[in-house]
Design a protein around this ligand. Structure first.
Ligand SMILES: [Zn+2]
Length: 259
């Protein structure tokens, strides 16, 4: 459904910039355009971002009904995988302590959303949690084991520090096991899905234009998942679907045929 913007006094009202920002409405708009000067800055920033984007935008990353993280045949979209991209430009020098100018890590931040299926989300979360969960589970097991008197006392009789060492060894075993399982799963999953989102078709075009993942895990992308798409913000607008009009036309055509 098309959104309506009521604040006609806004310098961006009715402009392509307003459309680009895709705010839910004027009340929830987060962009400061109180003065013409601020509005000019917003226009300049948006122009700068658009220059670094593919001509056809990035809506096909999330607007379709199929997962974009699947390699091979894509499963139905059930989730949105969210990540933040950064770009070094525009380089704004901020006066820091003692007046020494510093360049921030990223001049532009762009949240992106990627259509994702149940299976890809499950694989991603498995990789993310297998090590800490295994480590914690083994540590808990070691703790319980060493709290059993009939187990602890004979061990402690050998050396007072030994129960603690056994506990530490069990925990280390869990962490090592988790790491090995993660590695094995990772090489399997890597063939089935994009663990590095910058490998996804549209995002590699963005990488060529200087975009990078702002917060990345060591060996894979850092993603959070949402059932619903991002409501507002730049490049969050899905292309206007002409399904209705197409359907109407079809109906009309059918009617014409029956007449
Ligand atoms: Zn998938």
């Amino acid at each position: 459904m098309a959104r309506t913007y009521t604040k006609e006094t806004c310098p961006l009202h009715g402009s392509k910039y307003c459309a680009l920002l895709n705010m839910e409405n004027c009340r929830t708009c987060t962009v400061n355009c109180e003065t013409e000067e601020k509005a000019a800055q917003v226009r300049a920033d948006l122009d700068a971002i658009c220059e670094k984007m593919p001509e056809d935008g990035i809506a096909d990353l999330f607007a379709g009904d199929r997962c974009r993280l699947c390699k091979g045949e894509a499963r139905p979209k059930k989730w949105y995988a969210l990540a933040d991209l950064g770009h070094r430009e525009p380089k704004r020098r901020k006066a820091a302590i003692l007046g020494i100018a510093r360049e921030p890590h990223a001049g532009t931040v762009l949240p992106v959303q990627i259509a994702c299926c149940d299976a890809c989300r499950r694989k991603y979360l498995t990789l993310e949690y297998v090590s800490p969960v295994m480590g914690t589970a083994f540590a808990a097991f070691g703790l319980i084991l060493m709290s059993v008197r009939s187990v602890r006392e004979p061990i402690a009789a050998v050396a007072a520090v030994l129960p603690f060492l056994v506990f530490a060894a069990i925990t280390a075993l869990g962490i090592a096991g988790g790491t090995i399982i993660k590695k094995t799963l990772r090489s399997k999953y890597e063939k089935e899905m994009y663990l590095d989102i910058m490998g996804v078709d549209k995002l590699n075009a963005l990488a060529d234009r200087g975009w990078f993942e702002l917060y990345r895990n060591k060996d894979m992308s850092r993603l959070v998942f949402s059932k619903t798409p991002i409501k507002q913000g730049i490049f969050t607008a899905a292309p206007e679907k002409n399904d209705e009009s197409a359907e109407n036309e079809e109906n009309r055509a059918e009617k014409d045929e029956t007449v």
